[in-house]
Design a protein around this ligand. Structure first.
Ligand code: SF4
Length: 168
């Protein structure tokens, strides 16, 4: 209920842009679904736009038209939601998608991205993701990759991006 009240307060002033930072954290899935539905309805009725900040890719894929993926505070991939979810080019995005529990394979082990985020005060040379990346090569330690167009609407910062259909 508190979350609903906060959303109502945010919408009262008829903002053109709403920035929602983890709006459904700590809610169970039923309430989360109700809150997201309410936000979608209100935003559509008021003709507003929303920047949704979350670690929950399932929520993002339900709510967003475009996704931007950040790692260590930098954009590593961005594009239209469907393209990014179905054919991600950056290994970090691939890892995030693969770590979503798959209820159709309940007895499989949950997949995870190995290692942890580096200390922001002591980042590695080159690509920030290289210590955790299954595709890392020597070049990744030498030079930070630039954000470059991969296909259609998708942009990724990676020296060895995944091609559509590649899984790792
Ligand atoms: S630049 Fe290299 S280390 Fe970084 S994500 Fe791409 S392949 Fe992995």
């Amino acid at each position: 209920m508190r979350q609903r009240v906060v959303i109502a307060i945010a919408l009262l002033a008829r903002p053109r842009l709403i920035i929602a930072d983890e709006p459904t954290t700590a809610l169970d899935v039923t309430i989360q679904s109700q809150i997201l539905k309410l936000m979608r309805q209100q935003i559509a009725e008021k003709g507003a736009s929303m920047i949704l900040i979350t670690h929950d890719l399932a929520v993002v894929s339900e709510m967003a038209d475009h996704i931007t993926v950040l790692y260590c505070g930098k954009v590593v991939e961005r594009g239209r939601t469907r393209e990014l979810i179905e054919t991600p080019a950056h290994p970090y995005t691939r890892g995030l998608i693969d770590s979503i529990p798959d209820t159709a394979h309940r007895h499989d082990r949950l997949r995870q991205i190995p290692g942890s985020i580096p200390d922001i005060r002591n980042l590695p040379t080159g690509c920030n993701f290289r210590d955790r990346c299954p595709r890392a090569q020597a070049l990744c330690a030498e030079r930070e990759p630039d954000l470059a167009r991969q296909h259609a609407t998708l942009w990724a910062a990676c020296h060895f991006p995944l091609k559509p259909g590649e899984t790792a």
